[in-house]
Write a protein that binds this ligand. Structure first.
Ligand code: HEC
Length: 216
């Protein structure tokens, strides 16, 4: 077998591509190289089933006619007397947040909760979460955020004036805030405010015991 014949036989084992085949393959590769990245960028923006986005909807803050003809009726007036969830109407909402006003409210509002151990303990817990920062462990106005260059000190809760506050006054202060002290309506619901009021009473009596507290 001549050398040439062997080479020819070997070459016959492999399929041979025509120039057209090469061009087609190269062309396909070039097209894919451009189309694939483009497709990957563009596809996420193509919506195939856009029923969610294309549905008719009302836009927030827009005014729609409340008539039945034409526009959708989106913002209907709530039923009269409707109040937001977790909102407790407060009859003295419009009374301002001065200490005089709080004193006046105190003559009308009574603590509806009995002074039980459970209520006192809950009040103590809430006091140590929400009030202690400024008013301090014992209500002396020396909490951890108080100091020069920090929060101004509140008055002690053991002054003669504070001892004379009614529970309703304490409640009004927690509900409306006082001076630099913020209101606590977003953190304490009405019951919790009354529990804190009970606890403040106990705290005051611990410093200024009544004669009957001292009997063995
Ligand atoms: C961010 C600090 C701060 C927190 C927290 C705070 N207070 Fe006050 N509180 C003050 C300041 C300041 C005053 C004095 C306000 C004024 O007279 O202008 C004050 C005043 C008071 C007074 C009136 C004292 C008086 O003799 O006039 C009472 C009662 C009171 N706070 C109760 C509470 C209770 C209860 C809490 C927790 C629910 C609380 N405070 C949480 C800062 C705070």
């Amino acid at each position: 077998m001549s050398k040439q014949v062997i080479i020819d036989k070997l070459l016959d084992c492999y399929p041979r591509w025509s120039p057209t085949m090469y061009k087609l393959t190269l062309g396909t590769l070039v097209v894919l190289a451009i189309a694939l990245p483009l497709g990957m960028v563009a596809l996420p923006f193509v919506e195939f089933f856009n029923g969610m986005a294309a549905q008719p909807k009302g836009k927030a803050q827009a005014t729609y006619g409340r008539t039945y003809g034409g526009d959708w009726i989106v913002e209907r007036c709530p039923v009269e007397g409707t109040i937001p969830r977790n909102h407790y109407p407060y009859p003295y909402e419009h009374v301002n947040n001065t200490i005089e006003a709080a004193g006046e409210v105190g003559t009308h509002l009574e603590n509806p909760l009995p002074m039980t151990m459970a209520n006192l303990q809950r009040g103590q817990r809430l006091y140590s979460v929400y009030c202690i920062t400024c008013h301090g462990n014992q209500g002396q106005g020396d909490g951890p955020v108080i100091g020069p260059g920090r929060f101004p000190a509140p008055p002690s809760l053991h002054t003669k004036q504070a001892l004379d506050y009614k529970d309703g006054t304490l409640y009004h202060i927690m509900t409306k805030g006082l001076g630099k002290m913020p209101a606590y309506t977003d953190k304490l619901d009405p019951e919790e405010r009354w529990m804190v009021a009970h606890y403040l009473r106990a705290l005051q009596r611990s410093m200024a015991p009544k004669p009957e507290d001292l009997k063995p």
